[in-house]
Design a protein around this ligand. Sequence first.
Ligand SMILES: C[S@@+](CC[C@H](N)C(=O)[O-])C[C@H]1O[C@@H](n2cnc3c(N)ncnc32)[C@H](O)[C@@H]1O
Length: 289
Amino acid sequence: MNRPASAGLLGDTVARDYGWKLRLFNAFAEAELRQTIAGLQLQPGSRVLDAGCGTGEALGWLAAAVGSDGMVVGIDLARAHMVASRANAPAGALVMQANLTQLPLAPASIDLVWSVNTINHLRDPVASLQDLAALLRPGGRIALGQSSLLPDMYFAWDARLERLVNEAVRQYYRDRYQVSERELAGIRSLVGRLRQAGLRNVTARTFTIERVAPLGRADHDYLLQVIFRGTWGERLRPYLDADDYEALVRLCDPGDPGFALRRPDFHFLQSFTLAVGEVRSNERSAVVS
Ligand SMILES: C[S@@+](CC[C@H](N)C(=O)[O-])C[C@H]1O[C@@H](n2cnc3c(N)ncnc32)[C@H](O)[C@@H]1O
């Protein structure tokens, strides 16, 4: 991939725009994401930063959780994502285009940093977590959400094909972004990174995003457009042998009688992990230094 040296680990720049995928993902996983936010038991009046807010769907969910006395701020690097976030943001929310490596917020001004599928895009995630921790008020928390970076997804078909496809996707990402297998272990690195950044009381909980046939519109659109046509599209051809690639194309083709999303046995599993760490009043200075 041709990417500027200033781009993030997974190719993010000010000019990059994959907002269409973010909209589809957030519509697909809205119920689980809202449930995750509810589980954080935010106090009314809390101040929340969505770090890497993408197209801004979570801003409204977070605003509902903190109530009219609360405050929600969204930050994103990509211009197009920031514009979409502003359009989506509830009244009173603040959306800024900024780099998480140069945060434009005052120290000790935030109660919760919410950041979904973003920390794994940064070149130095621990340093960024330390910077985010410095924004927290005493007792404040960072909540890192991560869905499978690579589709560690499970479908109800040929387990061999599933294994080969998942390996092909990993190889594609390694080649495209010149990253190692270790750097792709997004979920398993969350707890360690929070601890390395000095956060305390780190917890992790994994939710299952599970769908069975018949699918709703948001499920159908996300799986067809983002996974089947994006993650598993033409780009996997070089990574599979011809028969396996053809078998995959048939499963993913709405015009094929075997189209996966119409199969009565369609059953899909994907994980969503939330890792939460906290700064405590008497430890904040250690985190910031
Ligand atoms: C996979 S998306 C997730 C977006 C959103 N949190 C969601 O769940 O839909 C990652 C987001 O992080 C943003 N991003 C990547 N690197 C960033 C950086 N250094 N500073 C701010 N935002 C960044 C990207 O522009 C993108 O919107």
